[in-house]
Design a binder for this molecule. Structure first.
Ligand SMILES: [Fe+2]
Length: 194
């Protein structure tokens, strides 16, 4: 049931913005690998994986001109973009069969360990564990992807940045766990069917 909802939502996202769709698929795939390598139980695995595939689903509700803008966002556009975690939370809450732990990933994936994230400004272990995982996997994929206004980082540069932001943006313990995985897994080069 949740898987069906996930596929339907991802197809809507693909229609809205194919780059965000492909990013979401890569984040979901790396989450599957993380869950299997670190021995998550079935429930935690399902929640992390579905939550990671759907983490940006609120972007369906962001105007297209902001979502696919090819230059850096103006401050008002950035404020609009920052609404996507709460929009996603509302979308999922409207669907009763979605577990709370999944909704938390969508709502909190832009919170930061030191409390400077958005939209709620939570810090440390106030941020649910699976949302802390999603934040790191999401950021790694963003750094390894080209953006209209910057080229992708090398894997080495991205790993260094994750380490640098440990205890500021990310849960240091989880960063170290992620970086213990082989480079080929972290590169996460997926063939995604459009
Ligand atoms: Fe996001």
């Amino acid at each position: 049931m949740q898987a069906h909802f996930m596929m339907k939502s991802l197809m809507q996202l693909k229609e809205k913005d194919v780059d965000t769709y492909e990013h979401s698929v890569r984040v979901g795939k790396l989450a599957e690998y993380v869950a299997s390598r670190f021995g998550f139980d079935k429930r935690m695995t399902d929640h992390l994986v579905i939550g990671c595939y759907l983490h940006d689903i609120g972007k369906i509700g962001i105007p297209q001109n902001v979502l696919i803008k090819s230059t850096s966002l103006e401050s008002d556009e950035w404020e609009t973009m920052k609404r996507h975690p709460s929009l996603g939370k509302e979308m999922l809450q409207a669907y009763a069969a979605i577990d709370q732990e999944i909704i938390e990933i969508i709502a909190y994936h832009h919170e930061r360990w030191n409390g400077t994230g958005y939209p709620y400004g939570l810090s440390g272990e106030q941020i649910p564990l699976l949302a802390r995982w999603c934040s790191i996997i999401d950021s790694l994929d963003c750094m390894l992807s080209d953006r209209p206004y910057r080229k992708r980082l090398s894997l080495k540069e991205a790993k260094d940045e994750l380490l640098l932001q440990s205890d500021r943006q990310f849960d240091k313990h989880l960063v170290h766990k992620l970086l213990s995985l082989p480079d080929v897994a972290l590169k996460n080069e997926q063939t995604i069917h459009r």
